[in-house]
Design a protein around this ligand. Structure first.
Ligand SMILES: C[S@@+](CC[C@H](N)C(=O)[O-])C[C@H]1O[C@@H](n2cnc3c(N)ncnc32)[C@H](O)[C@@H]1O
Length: 243
């Protein structure tokens, strides 16, 4: 299954009220949204028809999320679905996640693109291939290491794999205390040492299997609960894939 097919299924299954994307480029992923949305990219060049209420911010995600009220365009300050596909360097992708997570609920879903490079060359920090993932796969490992309460699922989509994060935790406030220490060890000159599990996709879920989880249909219902939802309820909803 191709990445945009999977993202389209995310829109259909999770029925988000809001959508935010870092990295818009030609609008191929933003065009899938039908709800109030924000697309952030310093250099977008839209070629697809965008339907619905969209803010296009021609800036970097770091600058955008440093604004006083970055989500003022949206009818609510909760992002139900987010797609991280901006700068393909690990530190940028992790910062995008932390910035977006501030505006999530336990029922929100964050998808990272290009998380499963197929070769060491594709994972290089200095791009020299056509399709390029850079080293952003390291952001998923950082989330696993420092935020073990998150559900971080690798997905075997073509061409370069995705990661889906469930049950995000806005109470982190966008701050990862280990961030600076992580930078010191995670950022290495090319060639990158990409773990075998990433290159061979040994942990990655079959996208059809993940999409078949009953958890997706429960998310919109959990979202409507008056007293709010704890993250354990989301974990329970996805017990078939989380184990
Ligand atoms: C792979 S493309 C996005 C593709 C798009 N999401 C899609 O699926 O069709 C990556 C985009 O990230 C943008 N980008 C680069 N640095 C960025 C940053 N710091 N913040 C946000 N976007 C950035 C680039 O300008 C480029 O258009």
């Amino acid at each position: 299954m191709r990445r945009h097919e999977f993202l389209q299924a995310m829109h259909e299954l999770t029925r988000p009220r809001t959508y935010v994307e870092t990295g818009v480029h030609y609008g191929e992923s933003l065009t899938l949204s039908r709800v109030p949305s924000i697309g952030i990219d310093p250099d977008f060049s839209i070629r697809r028809e965008l339907l619905g209420d969209m803010q296009l911010a021609r800036t970097t995600s770091d600058e955008f999320f440093a604004r006083a009220r970055p989500l003022a365009h949206l009818p609510t300050t909760v992002i139900d679905l987010a797609f991280i596909d901006g700068m393909h360097l690990a530190e940028y992708a992790l910062r995008d996640y932390l910035a977006l997570e501030r505006f999530t609920a336990a029922t929100s879903v964050v998808v990272f693109d290009d998380m499963l490079p197929r070769s060491i060359d594709e994972a290089a920090r200095h791009r020299h291939t056509g399709p390029w993932t850079g080293d952003i796969y390291k952001a998923a490992q950082a989330l696993r290491d420092f935020c073990p309460e998150l559900i971080v699922l690798e997905v075997d989509t073509t061409p370069t794999g995705l990661v889906v994060v469930l049950a995000p935790d806005a109470s982190r406030g966008g701050v990862l205390p280990q961030y600076d220490a992580w930078l010191d060890v995670a950022l290495e000159p090319d060639p990158q040492r990409v773990p075998d599990e990433v290159l061979r996709r040994t942990r990655a879920l079959d996208p059809e299997r993940l999409l078949a989880s009953p958890g997706w249909r429960q998310l919109p219902m959990l979202r409507r609960r008056r007293r709010g939802v704890d993250r354990a309820a989301v974990r329970a909803a996805f017990a078939d894939v989380v184990g």
